[in-house]
Design a binder for this molecule. Structure first.
Ligand code: 13P
Ligand code: SF4
Length: 304
């Protein structure tokens, strides 16, 4: 089917099903373009709650769909590609986390939203890259077990007086960005600012002019007079950057900065999911209740 026909069919079915499409900034450009809302993980969680539609088609990875289903239990949440999972989220399991909690009985668990619902259910509070420091600093505890991203944990540890106990997980896409990649790009584009995501290694973040979530990076690039930026995150963000700052130049940090899971959703799969009402994201009731508590605590933390 031609792209125009696909888009027409998606729009018709969206109306018929009273559905909205939410997409993360790392989604394919054509998927972002048909979405009703594109955002970072925090924005997408907030939007899922705000929406009054009956159906949410979530163009992102599994943990994002789960969060939407937990936060909006009255809506049907569809993942066009149920196998789009986040490898970092799979780096922590409930058994391992329970053992870590036993080792540190006074610590509170903060789970990055890039984790399963079962991990969220074992956590006191969740955080995203946009609010991790504020979330940790809001807690009435001196020790924090932070799962699953060790790079985000190090970023937070440098910005709090609390003791942060990191989990040994990482995002393969961000972790493979090396200091040398940044230095090479800076040499090639000496006028460019380097903006980076806190999932990058600490030695990469040391070189950054600005560190933020995907939405935070867009706002910074849009509002700053600077005209050129080296983008230290998944390169799907360049589509969103160009939409909001079309006259500026954005350089992808490396050709490998791509998340294969985020690219699994395409227009054909969005259409199929609306046609067949598949795949519905389900979370067991017990996990849903406990995970919602951790997500609700996060959404109550004031940022900025
Ligand atoms: P944010 O968009 O929340 O910064 O998250 C990045 C990410 O890795 C999502 O998978
Ligand atoms: Fe997971 Fe990294 Fe892909 Fe985000 S970019 S979904 S953290 S693997």
């Amino acid at each position: 089917m031609q792209q125009v026909e696909l888009i027409k069919r998606i729009k018709e079915l969206k109306l018929k099903r009273n559905a909205v499409i939410l997409a993360h900034y790392y989604s394919r450009p054509e998927v972002q373009d048909i979405a009703d809302f594109v955002g970072d993980s925090l924005g997408l969680s907030q939007e899922a709650v705000r929406q009054s539609a009956d159906v949410i088609v979530f163009c992102g990875v599994h943990f994002m769909g789960e969060s939407a289903a937990i936060l909006s239990p009255d809506k049907t949440v569809l993942l066009p590609e149920i196998d789009a999972t986040c490898p970092m989220a799979d780096m922590v399991n409930v058994e391992g986390l329970k053992k870590e909690k036993e080792k540190h009985p006074d610590a509170l668990v903060v789970s990055y939203v890039n984790s399963s619902a079962a991990i969220k259910a074992e956590s006191y509070i969740c955080c995203t890259s946009a609010n991790a420091v504020e979330v940790v600093n809001s807690l009435d505890a001196n020790e924090i077990i932070f799962v699953p991203d060790k790079n985000l944990a190090a970023y937070v540890a440098a910005r709090t007086d609390k003791k942060v106990i990191p989990w040994e997980g990482h995002c393969p896409t961000h972790h493979q960005i090396l200091r040398e990649d940044v230095l090479k790009m800076k040499e090639k584009h000496p006028e460019a600012r380097f903006i980076a995501h806190p999932e990058c290694r600490p030695e990469v973040l040391e070189l950054a002019d600005y560190i933020a979530s995907t939405r935070g990076m867009i706002m910074y690039a849009k509002n700053l007079p600077a005209q050129e930026f080296i983008v230290g995150t998944e390169c799907g963000l360049i589509h969103g950057l160009l939409k909001e700052a079309p006259s500026k130049k954005f350089y992808c940090i490396s050709e490998f900065a791509c998340c294969p899971s985020m690219k699994m959703v395409n227009l054909e799969k969005v259409l199929a999911s609306l046609e067949k009402m598949q795949k519905v994201v389900t979370v067991s009731e017990d996990i849903k209740v406990r995970a919602k508590q951790a997500l609700d605590r996060m959404l109550a933390v004031k940022v900025g």
